[in-house]
Design a binder for this molecule. Structure first.
Ligand code: SAH
Length: 365
């Protein structure tokens, strides 16, 4: 049951309660009913907030004048506080560092390719519990899952930042800090809001959830969000090598991932991400294992150059070796792209900037 009956009378009598956020659909609906605002008007309010990336004040202006104060007092628009920004001098990529209400730092990257197809790379957790050896986020340890509101606020902030440039977020990728499928409930709900025509109204084809390979989560994702894209961070199709790079590989071995991928590919679009590490994942036996793993699966392979960071003893494959690996995969009939690294000068790879900042704050570097 929802609506007026559920209204907390203490709240009405002035006792301070934590404010509901604009992302809390139930609380906003209760507020709407209490204030007798028309559903159509609420729809316009959400349009202005989420599609036009306007401020809360601008959105409030679509409500009847006498209801604006009530909404203003009881709704919180900005969940995250913008702590710092860095803009890449190479390609305009923008890194946003946010502070959560409980003082954690998380990061979001806005990528601005010349095609105009603006993408935003968002975080799903504070830190990460997967500890992949090539990933800077792992160095931070794991603090907590992000809430639906914190996930969505990254997209809203990104849209507000780029609005004056005539851009808007077209693609959302869950490739920032954290393992999205270990925060499944919040991530799934956030993705539903991103593709909901009444909320962010993105195309499912433009929302990608990237996973280290949590097989049950991959299946659940494909079942619940078949219009969206799933990316598996495979990085090696050799079990022993993969285990060395990704501790989670022990829980979900390649055979299990292959099955989950196959199921997901039947329902929707899947992608494999493959990091090219010198002498670790770029050798002829790595290529052969990858070709074998993919087999006749309908899947696109995205080759990623390594973004090195302080504290890592891994080395990226040379540009020539990356191109060679890519060409050979293509010759074997695979659909392949070699990703160009955007925002290299602002440390756009996962967790790198927050990691660096934490060190500065603690005077470690
Ligand atoms: N946990 C999820 C999503 C976050 S990482 C996952 O594992 O997919 C997003 C992508 O960036 C993953 O493919 C990850 O392997 C890759 N990545 C992490 N650190 C990197 C680095 N230093 N250089 C290049 N890619 C990196």
């Amino acid at each position: 049951m929802e609506g007026v009956d559920e209204v907390d009378t203490e709240n009405l009598s002035g006792v301070v309660q934590p404010m509901a956020t604009i992302y809390d659909a139930e609380a906003v609906e209760a507020l709407r009913k209490r204030a007798a605002v028309q559903p159509q008007t609420l729809k316009r309010f959400r349009n202005v907030l989420f599609k036009q990336a306007a401020s809360l004040e601008e959105a409030l202006a679509v409500l009847p004048v006498e209801q604006q104060a009530g909404f203003r007092e009881q709704l919180q628009a900005e969940v995250l506080v913008l702590h710092e920004t860095r803009v890449s001098e190479i390609d305009g990529a923008e890194k946003l560092i946010f502070r959560t209400q409980d003082n954690h730092l998380i990061e979001t990257v806005i990528l601005k390719p010349q095609s105009g197809r603006t993408a935003v790379c968002i975080s799903s957790q504070v830190g990460c519990a997967c500890y992949c050896s090539f990933c800077a986020t792992g160095l931070m340890g794991f603090s907590r899952n992000l809430t639906v509101a914190e996930i969505l606020d990254q997209v809203r902030w990104a849209n507000r930042r780029i609005k004056l440039e005539g851009r808007s977020v077209r693609n959302v990728v869950f490739m920032g800090m954290g393992e999205p499928l270990l925060n499944q409930a919040a991530v799934f709900e956030a993705v539903e809001r991103l593709i909901d025509p009444a909320w962010f109204n993105l195309s499912g084809a433009h929302v990608t959830v990237s996973t280290v390979g949590i097989a049950p989560g991959m299946r659940a994702f494909a079942e619940r969000l078949p219009s969206c894209r799933l990316a598996l961070s495979l990085h090696s199709a050799r079990q022993s090598v993969r285990e060395r790079l990704i501790p989670q590989a022990r829980n979900f071995p390649l055979s299990v991932l292959r099955e989950a991928l196959e199921e997901a590919a039947e329902r929707g679009t899947v992608m494999i991400e493959y990091l090219l590490l010198k002498n670790v994942t770029d050798q002829p036996e790595d290529l052969a294992a990858l070709v074998d793993f993919v087999g006749d699966l309908r899947v696109h392979v995205n080759l990623i150059p390594f973004n090195s960071f302080t504290g890592s003893n891994l080395e990226g494959a040379s540009e020539a070796s990356c191109t060679d690996f890519s060409d050979k995969l293509k010759k074997r009939g695979l659909s392949v792209t070699l990703r160009r690294s955007l925002g290299a000068d602002i440390m756009a790879a996962c967790g790198q900037l927050v990691q660096h900042k934490l060190k500065i704050d603690k005077n470690i570097v």
